[in-house]
Design a protein around this ligand. Structure first.
Ligand SMILES: CC(C)(COP(=O)(O)OP(=O)(O)OC[C@H]1O[C@@H](n2cnc3c(N)ncnc32)[C@H](O)[C@@H]1OP(=O)(O)O)[C@@H](O)C(=O)NCCC(=O)NCCS
Length: 210
């Protein structure tokens, strides 16, 4: 064995954890480690409870003016995620006016409320024509079944037929409608955005897809 260099000797002297000859060195304290995710769950059990509450639609209610800020926020968030190149923040005022005008003409706006009291999504449908004008789910709730609950609600108001226009370049929505039994009955162009659209229809008792 070679003799320690000057540098090694200095390090031994400077390290207080090194024991003197004949005395056992104290083991350094090891940090307690839980498997990933376990530590947070142990310390924050309310997070798991909140997740469970958010996973269930507990009420379908009519739009009231007190709901408008939350509804407009979720509409902006859902569309921002869907078509990021369009400024949906700039359309907040348009949505508020549009919802009011549609309701004045007999359409209904129904909100899906989850167990935490949050509004997860909404649907705007005209029972007279069966035209589904708006359906939006906050992205935090996408894939959780809220859209299907909203569509079931729309079917309750228009049990024989529902028709709608969807941007052709909105694969998530198109996949959702096809899964729900909608079929293509025409094509067009969105007058506001200039984007290509598909006209889709659902009829009671039919199970067609696009
Ligand atoms: C449309 C919307 C209401 C659907 O709600 P959702 O919770 O996302 O719907 P779901 O997750 O139940 O269904 C979406 C389907 O699209 C599929 N999908 C997701 N991304 C996709 C993509 N890029 N291409 C094809 N399919 C896709 C999903 O896998 C899912 O199908 P699956 O359940 O068979 O696996 C919601 O996405 C939304 O609010 N979008 C913004 C507003 C909008 O586009 N409204 C409709 C205008 S007509």
């Amino acid at each position: 064995m070679s003799a320690p260099t000057d540098t090694e000797t200095e390090e031994v002297a400077a390290d207080p954890r090194r024991a003197a000859p004949g005395i056992a060195a104290a083991a350094p304290a090891m940090p307690v480690r839980f498997p990933p995710g376990v530590a947070g769950k142990r310390r924050k059990p309310w997070l798991a409870r909140r997740r469970a509450l958010r996973g269930t639609v507990t009420a379908m209610i009519d739009l009231a003016s007190a709901h408008l800020p939350e509804v407009v926020d979720l509409w902006v968030e859902s569309w921002r995620r869907t078509l990021p190149h369009i400024d949906f923040d700039a359309r907040r005022g348009w949505l508020v006016d549009h919802l009011e005008e549609a309701r004045a003409k007999g359409a209904v706006v129904r909100l899906a409320v989850v167990g935490t009291g949050e509004i997860a999504g909404f649907v705007l449908i005209d029972p007279a024509s069966g035209y589904l004008d708006q359906i939006a789910v906050h992205p935090e709730f996408w894939g959780g079944g809220v859209a299907e609950v909203l569509l079931d609600e729309a079917r309750r108001w228009s049990p024989q037929r529902i028709v709608l226009d969807v941007n052709a370049d909105n694969p998530r929505a198109v996949a959702f409608y096809v899964r729900q039994g909608f079929g293509e009955i025409g094509r067009g162009v969105n007058p506001r955005s200039g984007l290509a659209t598909l006209k889709l229809e659902w009829r009671a008792g039919e199970t067609s897809g696009t």
